[in-house]
Design a protein around this ligand. Structure first.
Ligand code: C2E
Ligand code: CA
Ligand code: CA
Length: 768
C-alpha cells in the first residue's frame, strides 16, 4: 500500500470513530466538548497540512491554487482553536466572535483556489465561471431566503449582526459549491477525482453550516452536536483531495474544450427555480400590475435570446476547436490531437491490457522534391501521401501529420493487425506519384512500436519515441519495409544509447540476458523446408534461430542478431545453432529421414581459419556426412578479406560441405562472387522474388540470374515464395528450389518430423 493510501486510511478511520462518538454522545457534555474540539482542530490541521504538501509538489497555477487553499484551511483551523478556547476555557458562547473572521477566510480562499485549479482556462472563461457562480448563488439565495432565512430573520432575540453573519455562511457556501460544481464539469480526467473530493467536502461543509445557522437562531446548538460530523467529513475530504492531487498528473493539456451542454445550461436552472418560488410572492403586489407583467415578459425574452445566442456560440466554438486539432494542409489530425488520443489509448492499455501500437513514417528525400520542384509541388505530394495513408488505415485509427513530411498512426487493437497495416502502408508507396505531370517515386521509412502487455509502464511519450527510433533504423537500413522497435535499436544508434540512460540501461540488460541465453543453450532453432519446384518434394531445410525470451516472448533474429554482431557473440551463437541443428538432423535420420540442412553463418566467421575444422568435428561426432550440411552466407557482408574468405570456403568445400550465397541480389558485387568464389547454390533475395508477378524489372533479373546460374552449374533457390502464382512463374523460369510461406512457415523439429512423415506417406498431397 502506498504511503498516501495509509495516511488516507488512518484519517478516515479517525473520522468514523469521531462520528460514532458524537452520535453515541458518550462521556457527558464536558467530555463531548473536549472530544469535539480535538476532532475539529485535528482535522482542520490535517487538511491544512495535506494542502500545504500538495502546494509543495505542484507547480504553476496549481501551486498558487493549493496555497490559497492552505491559507483558507489555516483560517478555519484558527477559527476552531478560538472557538474551543471560548467555549471550554472561558465558557462563553463564541457566536458571533473573532472566530467567525477566521472561519470566513475559508470560503474566500476556496473560491480563489477553485478558479485557479483547472488547466487551459482563459481569463474570460474564468470570469464567466465567477459570473455563473454569482448567478446561481443569487438565484439560490432568493429561494433560500423565502423558504428558510426569512423566518430566522423574523425570529426574536437575535441581534442583527448575528443574523447577517449567520446568513454569510450559507451564502458563501452556496458560491463555493456552485463554483466547485462548475469547475468540476469542465475538469480533465486527470483532475476529476481531486475536484470531486473538493466538491464533496464543500457540500458537507455547506450542509453543516446551514444546520448550524438554523440551530443557533432557534437556540438549539451546542458544541458536540452531531452536525459537527459534517465539518469533520468535509475537512477529511478536502485533505484527501489534496493528497490525491499529488498523485494525479499535472500536465496541462492544451486541447481546446467545447463546454458541454450541461455546463452551459445548468446555471439557468436555479433561475427557473427562483422564478417559480418568487412568483407567488410577487402576486400580492397587484398595484404594480402592468409594470410587473411587462418586467416578467422582458426577463423571459432576454432569457430566450440568451438561449439562442449561447447555442450558436457553442456550435461556433465546436467548429473552431475541431479546426485547431487538424492539419490545415492535409486535413489529418495534428500533433495535439494525436498526443491526446495516444495518451488516452496508453491509459486504456495500462488499465485493460488493450494492445496499442504507434507507427511513425517519414518520407525519404522529401527535401529533394521540395528543393527541385518547389514547395507547391511538395504540398501536393504531401496531400497525395495523406490520401494513400488514409486508404490504408481503419476508421478507428488516428492518422496524423506531425509536421513536415512526418506522419504517425495510432493503432488500437491487436498487434497482428498493426503489423498488417504497417506493411500495407509501406506497400502503398510502391506506385509513383504524379506531381505537375511528373512521375515521382518516394519511399517512406516506417517504424512500428507495439506496447506489449507486459510493458504496462509504457508512457505515450516513450511509445512514440520507440516508433521514431524504429523509423530511424529503417531510414539507416534503406531497405524499405517496416522496422519494428526492439531495445537493441538503441544500441545500434550510438547517439540514442548515450543520450537516453534509461534506454541504454534496457539494452545493456538485454545484452546480459542474451549472453546467458547463449551460455545456457537457451536459444532454439526452427526449420523452414525447401521444396523442389518440379517434383514438390522436400529437398532440405534451413535452420533459423529464435530466442524464447522469458518476458518479451519469442524473439526473431532481427530483434537480437544486431546485438550478437556488435558484441562479438557471433561464433558462440553459431556454435549453439549448429549443434542444435545437427542434433535434430541426427534425430530425423534415426527416424528414417536423411534431410540436408542449411545453417546461416555470419560472414566475418569466414575469415576464421579454424571454422572448417570445427564444423567437420561437429558433423563427425554425430556421424553425419558433410554433404548433409550447407552453409549460407549473406553476400553483402563478404567484402572484406576476400583472400582469407576464399581459403576458408575452399577448405569447407574440400570437406564436402555445400556453400550457398544468401540474399543474392541485395548487395552490390553479386556477379563477382559468382566468378570468384566456390559456390554450390544461390538464394535469390525475397526482394526480387516477391514482386516477380508485378514488376517486370525484378522478373527480368530473376530470370537472368537463374539462366546464369545454370550456365555456371549453380543451384537456384527462390526465397519468400508466398503464393502459387509466384511458384508457377519461377518454375517457368527454370528455378530449381523454392522456400517460403506458401510451402511452409519455419517449424519446430517435431513439426518438421511430422511433415517429413506425412510427405513420405502421401507424396501426391504435396504436389504443389
Ligand atoms: P534468411 O536467411 O533470408 O532467412 C529467411 C527468412 O525469411 C526467415 O526469417 C524466414 O522466416 C523468412 N521467410 C521465409 N519464408 C518467407 C516468406 O514466404 N515470406 C516472408 N516475408 N518471409 C519469409 P527469420 O527467421 O526472421 O530470419 C531472418 C534472418 O536472420 C535470416 O534471413 C538470416 O539472415 C538471419 N538468421 C536466422 N537464423 C540465423 C542463424 O542461426 N545464424 C545467422 N548467422 N543468421 C541467422
Ligand atoms: Ca538464410
Ligand atoms: Ca535470405
Amino acid at each position: 500500500m502506498s504511503e498516501v493510501a495509509k495516511v488516507a486510511g488512518v484519517a478516515t478511520t479517525a473520522a468514523v470513530l469521531f462520528a460514532v462518538w458524537l452520535i453515541g454522545g458518550w462521556g457527558g457534555v464536558s467530555t463531548l466538548h473536549v472530544v469535539d474540539a480535538v476532532g475539529l482542530i485535528g482535522f482542520a490541521i490535517f487538511a491544512t497540512g495535506c494542502s500545504a504538501l500538495a502546494a509543495r509538489s505542484a507547480c504553476g497555477r496549481q501551486r498558487t491554487a493549493w496555497r490559497c487553499m492552505t491559507v483558507g484551511l489555516a483560517g478555519w483551523a484558527v477559527g476552531e482553536v478560538i472557538w474551543a478556547f471560548c467555549r471550554i476555557v472561558l465558557d462563553m458562547d463564541p457566536f458571533p466572535s473573532v472566530a467567525d473572521v477566521a472561519y470566513l477566510m475559508y470560503p474566500v480562499a476556496a473560491c480563489l483556489a477553485l478558479l485557479l485549479f483547472p488547466a487551459g482556462y482563459t481569463n474570460q472563461s474564468r470570469t464567466r465561471v465567477i459570473l455563473d457562480g454569482l448567478l446561481v448563488a443569487a438565484a439560490l439565495f432568493e429561494v433560500y431566503w423565502i423558504l428558510v432565512l426569512r423566518d430566522i430573520n423574523e425570529a426574536n432575540g437575535v441581534s442583527g449582526f448575528a443574523v447577517g453573519l449567520s446568513i454569510a455562511y450559507p451564502v458563501s457556501d452556496l458560491v463555493v459549491v456552485t463554483i466547485a460544481v462548475l469547475v468540476l464539469m469542465r475538469a480533465r480526467t486527470a483532475q476529476r477525482t481531486t475536484l470531486i473530493l473538493l466538491t464533496a467536502g464543500n457540500v458537507l461543509n455547506a450542509v453543516s453550516d446551514t444546520a448550524f445557522v438554523y440551530l443557533t437562531t432557534s437556540g438549539g446548538y451546542d458544541t458536540g452536536n452531531i452536525i459537527d460530523i459534517g465539518w469533520i467529513g468535509g475537512l477529511l475530504l478536502l485533505g484527501l483531495a489534496a493528497l490525491h492531487s499529488r498523485q494525479a498528473s499535472q500536465v496541462e493539456e492544451q486541447t481546446p474544450v467545447v463546454p458541454s451542454r450541461l455546463e452551459i445550461w445548468l446555471p439557468y436552472v436555479p433561475i427557473l427555480l427562483a422564478a417559480l418560488v418568487c412568483g407567488p410572492e410577487l402576486m400580492p403586489l397587484s398595484t404594480l400590475g402592468p409594470v410587473l407583467a411587462s418586467s416578467i415578459v422582458l426577463v423571459a425574452v432576454v432569457l430566450a435570446r440568451q438561449f439562442i445566442v449561447v447555442g450558436e456560440n457553442r456550435r461556433l466554438l465546436a467548429n473552431a476547436a475541431e479546426q485547431a486539432l487538424r492539419d490545415p494542409l492535409t486535413g489529418l489530425a495534428n500533433r495535439v490531437l494525436f498526443n491526446d488520443r495516444l495518451s488516452h489509448a496508453v491509459q486504456l492499455h495500462q488499465r485493460d491490457d488493450q494492445a496499442v501500437s504507434v507507427l511513425s513514417l517519414d518520407l525519404d528525400d522529401f527535401k529533394l522534391v521540395n528543393d527541385s520542384l518547389g514547395h507547391p509541388a511538395g504540398d501536393v505530394l504531401l496531400v497525395q501521401s495523406a490520401q494513400r495513408l488514409m486508404a490504408c488505415v481503419r476508421s478507428s485509427d488516428t492518422l496524423a501529420r506531425l509536421g513536415g513530411d512526418e506522419f504517425a498512426v495510432l493503432l488500437e487493437g491487436s498487434a497482428d493487425d498493426a503489423h498488417a497495416i504497417a506493411r500495407r502502408i509501406s506497400r502503398a508507396f510502391d506506385e509513383p506519384f504524379i506531381v505537375d505531370g511528373q512521375e515521382i517515386l518516394v519511399r517512406p521509412s516506417v517504424g512500428l512500436a507495439v506496447a506489449s502487455p507486459e510493458g504496462r509502464e509504457t508512457t505515450a511519450e516513450a511509445l512514440l519515441k520507440q516508433a521514431d527510433v524504429a523509423m530511424y533504423s529503417a531510414k539507416r537500413a534503406r531497405t524499405g519495409g517496416v522496422h519494428t522497435f526492439s531495445p537493441d535499436m538503441y544500441l545500434m544508434d550510438p547517439i540514442e544509447a548515450n543520450g537516453g540512460t534509461r534506454h541504454g540501461a534496457m539494452a545493456v540488460r538485454l545484452l546480459g540476458e542474451l549472453r546467458s541465453a547463449i551460455a545456457n543453450l537457451d536459444l532454439s532453432v526452427v526449420y523452414q523446408p525447401k521444396f523442389n519446384l518440379r517434383g514438390a518434394e522436400i529437398v532440405g531445410v534451413e535452420a533459423l534461430v529464435r530466442w524464447p525470451h522469458p518476458e518479451r516472448g519469442l524473439l526473431g533474429p532481427d530483434q537480437f542478431l544486431p546485438l550478437v554482431r556488435r558484441h562479438g557473440l557471433m561464433w558462440s551463437m553459431t556454435e549453439v545453432v549448429l549443434a542444435q541443428a545437427l542434433d535434430d538432423a541426427a534425430w530425423w535420420r534415426s527416424r528414417g529421414f536423411k534431410v540436408p540442412i542449411a545453417v546461416n553463418l555470419f560472414a566475418p566467421s569466414l575469415s576464421d581459419v579454424d571454422l572448417p575444422g570445427q564444423i567437420v568435428r561437429a558433423l563427425a561426432s554425430r556421424n553425419l556426412s558433410p554433404e548433409t550440411l550447407t552453409v549460407e552466407i549473406t553476400e553483402d557482408l563478404l567484402l572484406d578479406n576476400m583472400s582469407r574468405t576464399r581459403k576458408v570456403l575452399d577448405a569447407l568445400r574440400r570437406q564436402g560441405i555445400r556453400i550457398s550465397i544468401d540474399d543474392f541480389g541485395s548487395g552490390y558485387s553479386a556477379l563477382s562472387y559468382l566468378r570468384d568464389l566456390p559456390i554450390d547454390e544461390v538464394k535469390l533475395d525475397r526482394q526480387f522474388v516477391a514482386p516477380v508477378l508485378v514488376d517486370w524489372r525484378a522478373a527480368a533479373i530473376v530470370r537472368a540470374v537463374i539462366d546464369l546460374s545454370h550456365v555456371l552449374g549453380v543451384t537456384t533457390v527462390a526465397e519468400g515464395v508466398e503464393n502459387a502464382e509466384t511458384a508457377a512463374r519461377l518454375r517457368g523460369y527454370g528455378c530449381d528450389i523454392a522456400q517460403g510461406y506458401f510451402y511452409s512457415p519455419p517449424l519446430s523439429a517435431i513439426e518438421m518430423l511430422e511433415l517429413l512423415d506425412s510427405a513420405s506417406k502421401a507424396p501426391a498431397a504435396a504436389s504443389r
